[in-house]
Design a protein around this ligand. Structure first.
Ligand SMILES: [Zn+2]
Length: 450
């Protein structure tokens, strides 16, 4: 589902690092002003295909494995509700997996300054990482760290922040944002001020405190275009602070999210591919393949069977259909199993099976090029050996730990073995990903620079 850039301009911005904090302890969000703001022409994005975003959830626990921030049933409820808010905007989710991270401090008394260390534990270059903490932190119940973003934190006590923080990840600003200037209640400035979305009414920080239930009872005004204009804030909008009243994203917000994905490489890297052909592979570990429009499994042309060995469990969730090609042979043995489902995440349900207990990223399936990286860790030069599994265009990408593209090398798409030498003396020490994208999908190797 590679999408392409619409007209946009990027406004460089140096802002305060902290958004205005809300007054209600649970309603707030610590997401800072964006480092830069994407602005889009009014062009409607007309893509017919759903934007299927992959997410991975990390549940914090205490050092001894106790006090899990959220149990699976509650997580499922929260993700299901979140998916429901995005579905009308043609945005869906593939649940890639869930793990536990055991650290009492991060679970109960988290400091967002620790996000680097937290994110380094089990980062995903192909999914938005969502961290769930037992308690609120720094006076807030969520933080997306930037706008857009590849990761966010949510306090279990403010679980409505799943939908709110993921909104930031996909490019949405608060409805009351003013750092580029305040939006006027009459709508003037709506495309260049406020939240850069024109169908969300002007809002102001703290509007939720002037309320009776979900009705705004305040009388605050702002001087715009020479007159005092009264606010009529959007009390049901997920990017406001009216947390108990969240009911929707606006159509303009949906467009902004889709445009943001189109314009943001690291978000495109987190989309589920449209279609996937699985053939001639041996599954030796748990795998999951989610939310493609179609999946074809089995004896395709000259490709061979799909074999399930060892502890393999196959789980295939397709957006529209799973096609078992005539001659397909899947023969799990022992306690192994194969589950084929039509993915209903854009239709009503988020998941129809149990949560995977391990990381089942789809990339684990596709290690069919046999990419070998050595030495690893490396000092300045690393050697990559690979054999592309099919002819066609291929590319080798070097990504940092946040998924940011550092270098890209186009490859000849033939099926013979090749060896590449990457000279990376300028690279900082740390963890990196090497991603190989080829006609059969992609695979990722971790790389450590000493
Ligand atoms: Zn927020």
């Amino acid at each position: 589902m590679k999408k392409y850039l619409l007209t946009l301009s990027v406004v460089a911005f140096l802002g305060n690092m902290q958004a205005l904090m809300a007054q209600q302890p649970h309603a707030s969000c610590g997401t800072p002003h964006p480092k830069q703001v994407l602005q889009f022409a009014a062009t409607e994005n007309l893509s017919a295909n759903p934007y299927v975003v992959q997410i991975f959830v990390h549940i914090l626990r205490n050092d001894d494995g106790s006090n899990a921030a959220m149990d699976d049933a509650t997580l499922r409820t929260n993700l299901d509700r979140m998916a429901g808010f995005y579905r009308p905007h043609n945005i869906c989710f593939t649940f890639v997996g869930r793990d536990f991270i055991d650290n009492t401090e991060w679970n109960t008394n988290y400091s967002t300054a620790d996000i680097g260390d937290l994110h380094a534990v089990n980062p995903h270059s192909d999914a938005i990482d969502i961290y769930v903490h037992a308690n609120g932190f720094e006076g807030s119940g969520g933080n997306a760290y930037d706008i857009p973003s590849s990761k966010c934190s949510v306090a279990a006590t403010a679980s409505f922040n799943f939908e709110h923080e993921v909104g930031h990840c996909l490019g949405l600003l608060h409805t009351f944002e003013t750092f580029m200037g305040a939006e006027c209640p009459d709508g003037s400035g709506c495309g260049s001020d406020g939240d850069f979305v024109c169908d969300t009414p002007a809002d102001f920080a703290g509007s939720q405190n002037m309320s009776s239930g979900c009705t705004y009872t305040g009388s605050q005004t702002i001087n715009c275009n020479g007159s005092d204009q009264a606010y009529n804030p959007p009390t049901n909008n997920i990017m406001s602070y009216w947390a108990g009243c969240y009911a929707q994203f606006s159509a303009g917000q949906g467009t902004r999210m889709r445009n943001t994905i189109d314009a943001t490489g690291f978000l495109q890297d987190r989309l589920t591919p449209d279609d996937r052909i699985i053939a001639n592979v041996t599954l030796n570990a748990e795998i999951a393949v989610g939310a493609q429009n179609s999946i074809q499994i089995g004896n395709i042309a000259s490709a061979g069977d799909v074999a399930m060995n060892g502890n393999a469990h196959g789980m295939f969730n397709a957006g529209q259909f799973v096609q078992l090609v005539p001659g397909t042979s899947i023969t799990p043995t022992g306690a192994n199993s194969v589950l084929l489902t039509i993915n209903r995440m854009c239709d009503g349900l988020f998941l129809t099976s149990e949560f995977p207990s391990a990381d089942r990223r789809h990339t684990a399936l596709e290690m069919s090029s046999g990419m070998q990286v050595s030495p690893n860790p490396f000092n300045s030069t690393v050697q990559v050996e690979l054999t592309l599994p099919a002819p066609g265009q291929a590319v080798l990408q070097l990504l940092d730990v946040s998924g940011k593209l550092i270098q890209e090398i186009p490859l000849q798409g033939n099926e013979s073995a090749q060896t590449l030498q990457l000279n990376l003396p300028q690279l900082d020490q740390g963890l990196y990903f090497l991603r190989l994208r080829h006609a059969r999908g992609s695979e990722t190797a971790r790389l450590v620079k000493m």
